[in-house]
Design a protein around this ligand. Structure first.
Ligand code: ADP
Length: 526
């Protein structure tokens, strides 16, 4: 059996016995077959020494059991890696940043404690999945919507803590968090926001409580174990509609994104908006790439092809939710604003009144309509899996041009062929910013994975040189990404580690998460 670093086999065996006494023998997993399930199936280190492998897993059924595990871990200095539903697709799955960590699997804590369809929020435990919450709402005929990520198999707690997103109006999931219960590294239970007031009547209704707002300390962090979380939901809207805006020329992107930003930040356009390029998609179908490779086809030539074939350069499908009258007006107003761009064209999209029966062809739309599903796997093709590189860039056309040029230079320098350029155009996924999503394919091929890791690391550096940083990353790159957030000699990382040492002197919670290492393991930084 693998043991955590620095822990003797004897101590580990004693700790395992105590875990078993705390949660029941059947909820402590030590066999190779069981532990294997917690590895990242899409690890970029497949069959290599550095692959992150846990030593065991333990699954408590409630807060008291979680506290008991934390106390045992403190006594033996055993690193625990907390997961909720453990999907974390493309960012490491349920695998830890530090091999030998014991997975603290909260799947059994799956109670839906409250759903309000009068003031539109829920209070859930970490093991509740988006599917569970959706089913509960349907069964109880509640008039609220959730905003699942794609795929919808994860949890509101895990996804929100990682600052993931959905596609509907509540897509910025951490922004929907209202009130947490947290087991601190010393085993104490704390509630944030109004939850700090015993008997509070507004824990899920007012975020800030009194004094410093600490909820952010528990997202993408290793400062606590979140055991309950409030999330805001959307009142079930009366109607949905979408429509597509298209512009013909390369430079039209600048006023296009400016208009999008105005509409998005005014909350007229809701949900996420992905930038698309029918012309670049056409080019990809002919064996070209999306990025600007040095010496590649010129913009004028591409525009000529676009004119001849009647293919717009840029487009975006926009989404509207609310009363039927209002969404119609929002789309009308959107068209009016975009009409300032010469030659703009529009395509009328889908229109629904709720509740609605969706046809099979609307697979992708399901997430946008608040229905969790796994259809995204149908679009990922036949690849084994992927890991995402996801830099945040400004919400502007100029930034997109610059990014495509920078990525092109990196690909050129690293010799990445056009058919392996794993990039989509950016999404307005979070308010006021674009995020690019690069789905790096993971293969059962050590050399190909090594090469992809080099490209991934070079992209982190190149982005940082241009002022762009990742919103989240795979466990394998947490040190690399934390390292580029280096303003004033890593002042932020130093603050994180000061907090870490104060709260978690034995360094037991998720060592290495987001590049934050406890003092005793700090030399482990890559
Ligand atoms: P999901 O299954 O929703 O994709 P995960 O359960 O895989 O989410 O969680 C994603 C990441 O968030 C984990 O790797 C962990 O670092 C962090 N995390 C998840 N749940 C908790 C929790 N309850 N408390 C603290 N951190 C958590």
């Amino acid at each position: 059996m693998r043991v955590p670093p620095g822990v003797s086999p004897g101590d580990f065996a004693a700790a395992i016995k105590q875990f078993e006494a705390a949660v029941g023998k059947e909820w402590v997993f030590t066999s190779d077959d069981d532990v294997e399930l917690y590895r990242d199936s899409y690890s970029p280190f497949w069959h290599e020494e550095e692959d992150r492998v846990p030593s065991a897993a333990v699954a408590p059924d409630g807060v008291e059991q979680a506290q008991a595990i934390v106390k045992i871990a403190n006594a033996y200095k055993i690193p625990l890696w907390t997961i909720s539903t453990g999907r974390n697709l493309a960012y490491g799955g349920s695998s830890p940043a530090l091999s030998g960590s014991v997975i603290l699997d909260l799947k059994r804590m799956n109670r839906i404690l409250e759903v309000s369809d009068k003031n539109h929020y829920a209070l859930v435990e970490p093991g509740v999945s988006y599917f569970d919450l959706y089913r509960y709402i349907q069964e109880h005929k509640l008039k609220v919507w959730i905003d699942p990520p794609d795929p919808g198999w994860g949890s509101p707690v895990g996804n929100s803590l990682e600052r993931g997103g959905g596609r509907g109006p509540l897509h910025d999931h951490f922004a929907t968090v209202c009130g947490m219960e947290v087991v601190l590294p010393n085993g104490e239970v704390m509630r944030t926001g109004m939850g700090a007031l015993p008997g509070s009547k507004t824990w899920q209704q007012y975020k800030y409580g009194f004094g410093p707002y600490v909820d952010g300390l528990f997202s993408q962090s290793n400062f606590g174990i979140v055991t309950k979380m409030g999330v805001w939901l959307l009142p079930e809207p009366e109607a949905y509609r979408d429509g597509t805006v298209m512009v013909a020329r390369h430079d039209d992107l600048v006023p296009f994104v400016e208009t999008l930003a105005y509409l998005y930040n005014s909350q007229i356009v809701q949900g996420t908006a992905a930038l698309d390029s029918p012309l670049l998609t056409y080019r990809v179908s002919k064996g070209g790439g999306v990025v600007d490779l040095p010496g590649d086809i010129s913009v004028a030539e591409l525009e000529r092809i676009g004119r001849e074939q009647n293919i717009p350069y840029w487009s975006s499908e926009l989404h509207f939710y609310g009363p039927a009258k209002v969404v119609d007006l929002q789309w009308e107003f959107t068209k009016e604003r975009f009409s300032a761009i010469p030659g703009v064209t529009f395509k009328e999209g889908r229109s629904y009144r709720f509740p609605v029966e969706l046809k099979d062809s609307d697979d992708v739309l399901r997430q946008a309509l608040g229905i969790p599903n796994l259809s995204v796997f149908g679009f990922l093709g036949k690849t084994l899996g992927h890991m995402d590189f996801s830099p945040i860039v400004p919400l502007s056309g100029e930034a997109v041009f610059e990014a495509l040029k920078v990525f092109g230079e990196v690909y050129h320098e690293m010799g990445v062929p056009p058919q392996n350029q794993f990039i989509s155009l950016p999404w307005a996924f979070f308010p006021r910013a674009f995020v690019f999503l690069f789905g790096f394919q993971i293969m059962h091929d050590v050399e190909a994975n090594k090469r992809n890791r080099e490209v991934f690391r070079r992209l982190i550096e190149a982005c940082a040189e241009h002022g762009w940083g990742e919103y989240r990353t795979h466990v394998a790159y947490m040190d690399d990404v934390a390292n580029v957030y280096s303003y004033n000699n890593h002042a932020m990382l130093r603050l994180h580690e000061t907090v870490k040492d104060a709260l978690d002197p034995n360094g037991i919670l998720s060592p290495g998460k987001s590049g934050i290492w406890p003092k005793r393991l700090r030399k482990a930084r890559a």
